[in-house]
Structure formats: C-alpha cells, structure tokens
Design a binder for this molecule. Structure first.
Ligand code: ATP
Ligand code: MG
Ligand code: MG
Ligand code: MG
Length: 495
C-alpha cells in the first residue's frame, strides 16, 4: 500500500471527524493574532488558547467546540520551540511543517485519547505496534508534580508491554506553548524505523532511527508569568502529529525529505541548478554540503511561501525580520552551494504551492503576491551583498588588511558608514565569510542592546562607544526581540 501525503492527511481527519464525531476546523494563520502568542504559530493549539483558558466569548462558534480536528500550518523559528538550527542537518525537523491535530475541549480525557490514537495507528495506518514506544510524564519535584501513573496504566490496559512504556521528565513530557499559558503533562508515541530489538534507550535520545511521531497533551494547567501552575477550569486533550514524519514512516523511509511533500521541490532545484540528484546524506557523509543545502532550500521555500501567503512581509517587524533571515539563508545556500543562477529563487514557489495547495487553497490564490515578494527579496539581498563587498574594500583600504572585524566595525557596516546601504546581519556574515574574517557577534549584540535599551528608556547613554543613526536605532528598537533572542543570535555565531 502506498500512502501519498494527501491520503495520510485525509485518513487522519476522516478518522476523527467521521468515526469519532470531531468537527473539522481550518488551520489558523502562521502569523498569530492577538492572544495566540508572540511568535509564529508553533502548534495546532494556538488558535484554541481561549478554549483552554475558559475565556472564549460565550455563544461564539468557538465556544461550542467540544471535539475538533485539523491540519495546522506551523512554523518553529524563534520563541520557545525554535528548530531553525536543526533544519537541513537532520531529516525530521522543519521550519514549516503541518501538524495533524485532534482536541477534546472539556469532553473526553486521557483514556479515550490514548485508545483513539492507538486505534488509528494500528487499525487504520496499520503500523506494527511492536515498533511503537509510549512515553509518559515521570513527574517533576521542582514543579511539585507527581508521575502520571494514570497514563502509564492506560497504555498497559491497552495491551502495550511494560518495556515499551517509558517515563520522561518535564523537558520531553510536559508540554507548553511558550513561557506562560496553557500546559500539561503529555504522552508521546515514538516509532522505531529498525525494529526487532529493544530500542527503549534510543527514545528521546536524538537518534535518527527512533522518531517521535505524535504528542498527546493533557491540558490541565495555566502557567503564570512567575512560572507557577494554576489549574485550568476544565481538563482538555490536545494532540499533534507531524504530517511529514508520518508520511516518512508510512513510506518506510527515515527521511521526511523522501516524500511527495519535498520530491517535487527537489526536482525543480535540480533542474534550475544542475546540481547532483538529491540523496538523504547528512553530516560528514554529505560531502560539500550539497544535500544539506537541498534540504534547507526546500524547507525554507515552504516556510517563506506559507508566511508570505499569510500576509507577512520579509523585513517588517520582528517576525518579518525572522522571515527575511530565513530567506537570506535560503538564497545563500541556493546560490553558493547549489550554484543557482541569479533570480531563480522564485521558481520554487510553484512546486510548493502545488504540493500544499489542496489543503491550503489560499496558497494558489496568493501565488503572484508571494512571487513578487520573493523576487524583490532576492534582488535586494544581492544588491546589498554587492554593496557590502565594496564597503568592506573601502574599510580595508582605510584600516589595512584585517583578519577580524571589531564589534564597532561591524556596526559601522550595519549602518552603511562605508557605503550607501545599511546592511542586515546576514549580509555582514556573508561578506565577512567570503574573506575569512572573524566576527565578534557577542560584542556586536551587547553594543546594540545597550543602545536599544537606552532609547527604549528614553535616555541616551553618553558613554557608549558607538553612535547609531536614528533610522537604524528605530529599526532595532522595533525588532528588539530579535536581538535578545538567544537562539537567533546563535544562528549568526554558529556559521
Ligand atoms: P522533537 O522532540 O522531535 O523536536 P517536539 O517534541 O518538539 O518534537 P511537539 O511539540 O511535541 O514536538 O509537536 C508535536 C509533533 O509535531 C511531534 O511529535 C512531531 O511529529 C511534529 N514536529 C515537531 N517539531 C517538528 C518540526 N520542526 N518539523 C516537523 N515535525 C515536527
Ligand atoms: Mg522539538
Ligand atoms: Mg520531543
Ligand atoms: Mg513532543
């Protein structure tokens, strides 16, 4: 039996909607609206936050939801769930992915949720149960929480042998959307790609052979800003399964990239660049980083297509600057590693729209808008890189040959002291990298933060070593979160 991604998605939704009376609700935007979080939508539950908290306005449609299922567009760049650094390097984490979800809002709880999940995997998708591992919350003394033995016993009563039911602590089995908000213990289902062995040590251990496919969260608490937990008015179920991972499992491959969600995009990349045909090679086996680049480019193309379609513009505001960074990285990999000719990023939009268009019809409606934004972003990026190279030449002429750039020199480049254009961090990274110049990102960000903090508090510090132009200061102030977000900083320091 061959499963297409469309079948996998439809089977999930049919199971919950037809067999168990869930209502289908369309995916919300990846750009959260008020009250749904400050980062990209990172899971299916974001749009239902008011239902968990008990704050959904009465008599609205949402207030009537008891059982819901959907396929949610998710982006994990920035915020509590940030997977950017893994993307391309492994075969299972994306910046954009689809989460197949099912919910009970104050309706059924743990027992039914586990039974439905097992039934879907075993009877409908026909996965061999002896490949599955089931984790439960092992308790957390710091939070004053006991192990979820109820959950363990449910899996036992459903016939799962004890050696495949495993306890884990808060970092794996206590789910929260962000630093505050609805949360609770969870139980997860992991799949062993190899089989005929005891793989329990490989669960949650970063092995590419044993992969988490489904998370069932038992929403019971509302985390306060002081980190303490307050019980929610009702208990809820919130589950999320990664569509791309499930497609890979059903296709018998360890790679999400060897599925119909990515193959058509790779085909276009190959045609545009003439690069060798894609293979699922990672790490040192991927000589020249060609396959990693394929993965990053295809992944990022899906991410920017969806974000722009949902109304985000590259560079605008905090999320927009994260989007622009992802696009810049995509352009770098596409042009420099895969040797794409200039102006060809836009060709990736069509295969992405085609592969996702059936479940997200807004993509084809917005396709021209997406293409325009992509074209403009690539043009601008190439133009600033060109300017940046000239600016660096100028600087070198003045300061002599350099092996590194000081934080102050980086800020000079940032605000266009040696040229007409201001430069984003991606561009500085790019042009410095071309000349093997060491960069001091830590110093750079601490200088910037000192400046941004001082204008935020409306008092100019006189002792700082650099002076930022008004325009740059304003832009930085708007984007403040980008510069205090550790993981994003990491992106720049890690090369
Ligand atoms: P992992 O431990 O593999 O990083 P997670 O525990 O962070 O996953 P959850 O927050 O529990 O993931 O999300 C629910 C499901 O969504 C996961 O079980 C997985 O199938 C899928 N998923 C999570 N993150 C990604 C991602 N970056 N790309 C693709 N699928 C993902
Ligand atoms: Mg994760
Ligand atoms: Mg996990
Ligand atoms: Mg998980």
């Amino acid at each position: 039996e061959k499963w297409s991604s469309k079948d996998v998605r439809k089977t999930f939704l049919d199971f919950f909607c037809s067999r168990y009376d869930h209502k289908f609700v369309t995916s919300s935007s990846v750009i959260p609206s008020k009250g749904q979080g400050t980062y990209f939508t990172n899971s299916g539950m974001n749009q239902f936050k008011p239902l968990f908290l008990g704050t959904a306005p009465p008599f609205t449609e949402m207030a009537s939801y008891r059982r819901v299922a959907n396929s949610q567009k998710c982006v994990r760049v920035g915020g509590k769930h940030n997977d950017l650094e893994d993307v391309g390097r492994d075969l299972t984490h994306h910046t954009f992915f689809e989460m197949l979800g099912s919910w009970s809002f104050g309706d059924y709880f743990k027992k039914d949720a586990c039974a439905m999940a097992l039934e879907l995997l075993r009877e409908v998708y026909r996965l061999p149960v002896d490949r599955l591992y089931f984790t439960y919350f092992g308790g957390d003394p710091d939070l004053g929480l006991k192990p979820d033995l109820e959950c363990r016993n449910i899996w036992r009563s459903l016939g799962i042998p004890e050696n495949r039911i495993l306890p884990f602590g808060s970092s794996d089995n206590f789910w929260d959307m962000g630093d505050a908000g609805p949360c609770g213990p969870c139980t997860e289902i992991h799949y062993d790609h190899i089989g005929n062995r005891d793989a329990s040590k490989l669960v949650n251990a970063g092995s590419p052979d044993v992969i988490e496919i489904w998370n069932l969260v038992f929403m019971e608490y509302d985390r306060q800003s002081d980190r303490s937990l307050r019980p929610l008015p009702q208990q809820h179920v919130d589950t999320g399964m990664g569509l791309e991972r499930m497609c890979a499992v059903l296709a018998g491959t360890k790679s999400n990239y060897s599925t119909d969600l990515f193959i058509p995009v790779f085909r276009v990349i190959q045609k545009e660049t003439g690069a060798p045909i894609y293979q699922d090679l990672t790490g040192s086996a991927d000589i020249g980083g060609i396959n990693t680049a394929y993965r990053m480019v295809a992944d990022h193309a899906r991410m920017f297509t969806v974000c722009i379609s949902d109304g985000l513009l590259p560079g605008k505001g905090d999320l927009g600057s994260k989007l622009r960074s992802v696009m810049h990285r995509c352009i770098q990999q596409y042009r420099e590693v895969l040797k794409a000719p200039p102006g060809h990023l836009v060709k990736l939009v069509d295969p992405v729209v085609e592969s996702l268009g059936e479940s997200f019809p807004e993509l084809s409606k917005n396709s021209q808008k997406i293409k325009d934004a992509v074209q403009l972003t690539e043009d601008r990026y190439m133009q600033t890189v060109e300017e940046g190279r000239k600016a660096l030449d100028k600087m070198m002429k003045k300061k002599g040959d350099l092996t590194y750039l000081t934080a102050e020199a980086m800020i000079d480049l940032r605000q266009g002291k040696y040229g007409n254009l201001t430069m984003s961090e991606d561009v500085i990274q790019q042009i410095a990298g071309e000349r093997n110049l060491q960069l001091n990102w830590e110093g750079y960000y601490s200088l910037l933060n000192a400046q941004v903090v001082s204008i935020d508090s409306q008092e100019q510090e006189e002792t700082t070593k650099v002076t930022l132009s008004h325009a740059v200061l304003q832009e930085l102030s708007r984007q403040r979160i980008s510069y205090t977000d550790d993981s994003l900083k990491y992106m720049y320091t890690r090369n």
